[in-house]
Design a protein around this ligand. Structure first.
Ligand code: AMP
Length: 570
């Protein structure tokens, strides 16, 4: 693993220092534990080592008013990474410890917060209840004095209905409880410029060198380049630019992504370096991901990775999504095209936005209710009544698992959106990708439970994938070829002879005509016979190239899917 690069101090008392840190940028495996070495400054000969499975520790038994030096390193199955640079923190001095002990601060903040909430509950009760004949004037003027920026009445009654909304409301009111980091919707800022400057660092254009164009975004080109900030080493970066002639709304939406991204700090979430807003073009600068977007990368490298590598990618994505859901952020457009992958195969969630995300996504289609939704990736309740939650993100995550395990195949192939909605509603699900471990396909099916409360949570998905990675033999059992076929979005009806008139015509159509003779010689001379072909059969027939096996099996699946959805006349 690469060294831990950021260490933050937590609670400090006269005898103890609490620390927390971020997982290394390049873990290169599962982190099994951390080793924390510390010593009193200038007393390096006498040091203490603590081991921790968590990314937090408390060092106690320390001297008051003394500076301590900390270094942390991570261990994976491959061994220890390098130690971090030295971080120095000082314990509280004895004299002020009793009165200014920092450990008291969270307690005070909690007490004040609880007090404020209790008061709000009482006022909410007064405002909504029977006291109105004589109580309202008093209560509302008290509210105006005490809480000028909050609408408590609305917040409280909403909170009674739906705990999720309560959370949202409090975010919107910008109240942050100590220790709970939550996402703040930049829409709640009257001035969007204030939001972007609260969450993103302004970078001077002269610090950026643009090298080449690497992609096209809705608002302008995406380029690669370098960022050199004073006192820091030069970094490779991606630069999104806002094209000239933009409207105020476009500028606001463009920078909205930076206001969201800037709130996140996690190794599996794309990292924002900063924004350029004081000169033109307006730019968003992020870390550079050498391998670009995950769907394209997988298509280009079909069949090239071990199962463990693929599961490692999935683990990273799940870990990023766990972080987002803990922050109260619902992504709504989780798909392999919105994941970026770097040269170490670390996957990071990207494409944050408000309404913008879905409007930009070429996969998003308008629903009858006017919303724009990437149907193939979206949970049924989000399509039907726009119930977007972390549980609907889990559904999308299942689709991403399927995309990864099938190297970037298009979910539901060429079925129309309407047919996808219908099939999913009727209880059909995507079949297992080829050569997919049974445990992974089962996890996909769990993510696609109709009842959103029965789907696993992201933390459970991360633990499950960790278990599989630690015990690779658990990935050896593959979904076997024949049950793979029966897991189709399909009843066991044979492939219709209506689709193609002969085996030869079918193989020609998928550019596999070279196998016609072998098929005929081995008794697969009708489309009905072909319908029974399994992967093992193909191997036996000498179809050894993985790409050809996939083409043939996928074409068979597609025909069956079309049959079920009544698209192919029989
Ligand atoms: P987006 O507008 O975010 O979808 O970006 C458009 C395309 O630019 C993506 O599909 C990627 O191929 C590329 N891209 C965006 N951000 C990065 C990045 N941080 N590193 C490398 N390529 C990127």
């Amino acid at each position: 693993p690469s060294p831990v690069s950021s260490v933050k101090k937590g609670k400090i008392t006269k005898n103890s220092i609490s620390l927390s840190w971020q997982e290394p940028d390049r873990p290169n495996g599962i982190i099994l534990e951390y080793e924390i070495k510390y010593f009193e400054k200038d007393q390096e000969m006498s040091y203490t080592i603590i081991k921790s499975k968590e990314t937090t520790i408390t060092a106690d038994g320390l001297k008051p008013g003394a500076v301590y030096v900390f270094q942390i390193r991570a261990r994976t199955a491959a061994g220890y990474g390098g130690f971090s640079r030295r971080f120095e923190f000082e314990t509280s001095p004895v004299s002020v410890a009793a009165s200014s002990d920092q450990s008291q601060i969270p307690i005070i903040v909690v007490s004040v917060t609880v007090g404020v909430i209790l008061l709000a509950v009482v006022i909410g009760f007064l405002l909504s209840g029977s006291c109105c004949d004589h109580g309202c004037g008093w209560a509302s003027s008290l509210r105006a004095v005490a809480y000028p920026s909050l609408t408590w009445r609305c917040g409280y009654s909403k909170a009674k209905q739906d705990p999720e909304e309560e959370k949202m409301h409090f975010h919107n009111g910008h109240i942050k409880l100590p220790g709970v980091r939550t996402y703040i919707d930049p829409h709640t800022y009257e001035d969007p410029n204030q939001a972007v400057h609260e969450f993103a660092k302004e970078i001077e254009a002269s610090c950026i060198t643009i090298e080449r164009v690497i992609g096209a975004g809705e608002f302008g080109e995406v380029c690669s380049g370098r960022l050199k900030l004073q006192g820091k080493r030069e970094l490779p970066v991606a630069i999104k630019t806002l094209k000239v002639g933009y409207t105020e709304k476009q500028r606001r939406d463009f920078l909205g992504e930076a206001s969201i991204m800037g709130q996140f700090d996690h190794p599996n979430i794309i990292h924002l370096e900063g924004v350029v807003t004081k000169s033109k073009p307006v730019m968003i600068v992020t870390e550079y991901m050498e391998n670009g977007s995950l769907d394209t990368f997988l298509k280009k490298n079909d069949g090239q990775f071990t199962v463990i590598q693929l599961v490692g990618m999935l683990r990273g994505i799940a870990s990023g999504m766990k972080y987002l859901s803990d922050m109260g952020y619902v992504h709504r457009d989780l798909a392999a095209r919105n994941i970026l992958i770097n040269s170490n195969l670390v996957c990071k969630v990207s494409d944050f936005g408000l309404s913008r995300v879905l409007e930009d996504d070429p996969e998003a289609a308008y629903t009858t209710r006017g919303g724009k939704i990437p149907i193939r990736w979206t949970a049924p309740e989000a399509i039907a009544f726009r119930k977007f939650t972390s549980a609907s993100d889990v559904w999308s995550y299942g689709i991403v698992m399927w995309e990864v395990m099938s190297y970037g195949e298009r979910p539901y192939w060429e079925m129309t959106n309407q047919d996808v909605i219908k099939a999913v509603e009727e209880g059909y699900r995507l079949p297992s990708p080829m050569d997919c471990p049974a445990a992974l396909y089962q996890l996909m099916l769990d993510c696609w439970q109709k009842d959103r409360n029965s789907r696993p949570k992201f933390d459970e998905i991360v633990s499950m994938l960790d278990k599989l990675i630690r015990n690779p033999s658990s990935l050896k059992t593959l979904v076997n070829a024949s049950s793979r076929v029966s897991n189709l979005l399909v009843e066991h009806s044979p492939v219709g002879s209506g689709a193609y008139r002969s085996v030869g015509e079918w193989l020609e159509a998928i550019k596999m005509g070279r196998y016609t003779e072998i098929f005929m010689e081995n008794g697969y001379s009708s489309m009905d016979a072909v319908a029974q072909v399994t992967l093992e059969d193909l191997r036996r027939l000498g179809v050894t190239l993985v790409g050809h096996q996939k083409k043939i099996m996928n074409s068979l699946q597609e025909m069956k899917v079309q049959l079920v959805n009544g698209m192919v006349p029989l």
